[in-house]
Design a protein around this ligand. Structure first.
Ligand SMILES: [Zn+2]
Length: 187
C-alpha cells in the first residue's frame, strides 16, 4: 500500500485505493440525501450501482437537521478557479517561474489568493475570509468525483494533484464533463 516500500503489489494497492475512494464517495454522496435511509439502501444493496432512495427522511441525521457537511458548489466558478489554478495565464514575468507541484497546501494557498473566491466557488457574499478547510472540502469532493487526480511525488514524498482527463487517451478534462459532476451538489 505504501508507495515508498520496495515491494510493490500493484493490483492489491489499486484495490485498496479503490476501496478508499468508494468509502470516501459515500460521505460526499450521502451528503445529498438522508444519511440513515441512504446508508440502509447502499449497504443493503451493495451490488446495485445506485439504489433509488425513497423520499422519507429520518429527521435526526446531519442532512435532515440541515447541517451542511459539504457545501453546494457554483459549478462554473469552480471550473474557472480550478482550471486557472492549474493552467494560469502566463505573462512575460511569470513565464520563467518554476511550476510548483500541486501539493494540497500549495493548491489551497493558490485558490485562497483568487479575488472573490467565495462568490466564485459557493455564490457566497460573505465578507469574512474563507477558511482553508472550506477549500479542502472542495478539493476532497472533486477528488472523489475523479475530477482531480492524485499522484504520489516520489521526491517530495507527498500527494500531488492534477486535473484528471475524461479518459487516459483524450485531452478533455473531467472538470468540464457533465457525467463527472453527477455526484456533486451544485447550485
Ligand atoms: Zn436523515
Amino acid at each position: 500500500m505504501n508507495p515508498e516500500q520496495s515491494y510493490h503489489d500493484e493490483p492489491f494497492r489499486q484495490e485498496e485505493v479503490d476501496n478508499l475512494y468508494a468509502m470516501a464517495s459515500r460521505i460526499v454522496v450521502l451528503s445529498k440525501k438522508c444519511y440513515y435511509v441512504a446508508s440502509e439502501m447502499i449497504f443493503g444493496n451493495p451490488y446495485s450501482a445506485d439504489a433509488d432512495i425513497p423520499p422519507h427522511d429520518c429527521g435526526i441525521c446531519p442532512y435532515c437537521r440541515n447541517q451542511i457537511l459539504f457545501p453546494s458548489f457554483n459549478r462554473s466558478g469552480v471550473e474557472n478557479v480550478f482550471f486557472n489554478a492549474f493552467y494560469p495565464e502566463r505573462n512575460y514575468e511569470s513565464i520563467a517561474e518554476d511550476i510548483h507541484p500541486w501539493t494540497l497546501d500549495a493548491l489551497v494557498k493558490s485558490i485562497l489568493s483568487f479575488p472573490d473566491v467565495q462568490r466564485l466557488l459557493f455564490l457566497s457574499n460573505a465578507t469574512t475570509p474563507i477558511a482553508p478547510i472550506e477549500i479542502k472540502k472542495v478539493v476532497f469532493t472533486l477528488t472523489i468525483a475523479r475530477i482531480l487526480q492524485i499522484n504520489f511525488h516520489r521526491v517530495l514524498k507527498m500527494t500531488i494533484f492534477a486535473l484528471a482527463r475524461t479518459s487516459p487517451a483524450v485531452p478533455e478534462f473531467a472538470l468540464r464533463d457533465d457525467s463527472f459532476w453527477e455526484c456533486i451538489r451544485t447550485k
